[in-house]
Design a protein around this ligand. Structure first.
Ligand code: DX5
Ligand code: ZN
Length: 230
């Protein structure tokens, strides 16, 4: 499946949904008009937390027609690419810091039929990605240290988004720019104005009384912020 792409694409992160009722979380995201679901995979090595793996992605695939993006926060990501692609991941993010063979792993994703994408931790400069920008459909700027939901957005991440926008223009590339961590109604405007399109949000969607309304509100705020931009 092709991953949808518009100027403001909200990707609810099911890490913040109730793990006993993931299907309900998906329905709430669908109700808010989300076209993309973000799935966080953690292994207790690359990040100090454990979450979900291939079988859960396969079950989510059966439960929805929305695009699924998996965010692999795992060591040796190359060992799991085929499994996640077969399970139904449409886009696969691997961390630049998790493999010395980023180019090879991105090609593996492409060959497995998913969209290759790369993520960078807060301390990693986006300038290190220059050699792979023609390979990826999206670059994810981590706006918190990966491993947990509910953390605070790191403000200097906005400069990394602007730098990626400049790269994209200078080299005439077409990758999407994603942000993940601490994204909510209070900062979505400055994030989209900086140039990001894929807004990954967990707490600000699922830890609210009405997750569908939260998705809609994020998208509307983002679109309004762009409309005001002159
Ligand atoms: C954190 C994950 C995020 C997380 C974001 O390592 O990659 O996707 O779900 O959660 P919030 O939106 O709560 O910061
Ligand atoms: Zn994530």
């Amino acid at each position: 499946m092709r991953v949808p792409r518009s100027r403001v694409e909200i990707a609810p992160s099911i890490l913040a949904a109730d793990f006993a009722c993931l299907e309900r979380g998906i329905r709430l995201a669908e109700g808010g008009g989300a076209r993309l679901i973000h799935v966080d995979v953690m292994d207790g090595h690359f990040v100090p937390n454990l979450t979900i793996g291939v079988p859960v992605v396969a079950s989510l695939r059966k439960a929805t027609r929305l695009a699924l993006e998996t965010h692999l926060m795992i060591a040796n990501p190359g060992d799991f690419i085929e499994s996640f692609a077969r399970a139904g991941a449409d886009r696969i993010y691997v961390h630049q810091e998790a493999t010395p063979h980023l180019d090879r792993v991105l090609h593996q994703i492409q060959e497995a039929g998913a969209e290759p994408a790369v993520a960078v931790n807060p301390a990693t400069p986006v300038g290190t990605l220059g050699e792979v920008l023609d390979l990826v459909g999206a670059v994810l700027v981590m706006t918190v240290n990966p491993g947990f939901g509910g953390q605070k957005f790191i403000p200097h991440s906005l400069d990394k988004i602007r730098e990626l926008v400049a790269f994209r223009e200078r080299y005439n590339r077409n990758f999407g720019i994603a942000v993940d961590g601490g994204v909510g109604p209070e900062n979505v405007g400055e994030i989209v104005r900086a140039g990001a399109e894929i807004l990954i949000a967990g707490t600000s969607v699922f830890h609210t009384p009405d997750a569908s309304a939260a998705v809609r509100q994020l998208r509307e705020r983002g679109e309004e912020a762009l409309a005001l931009k002159v």
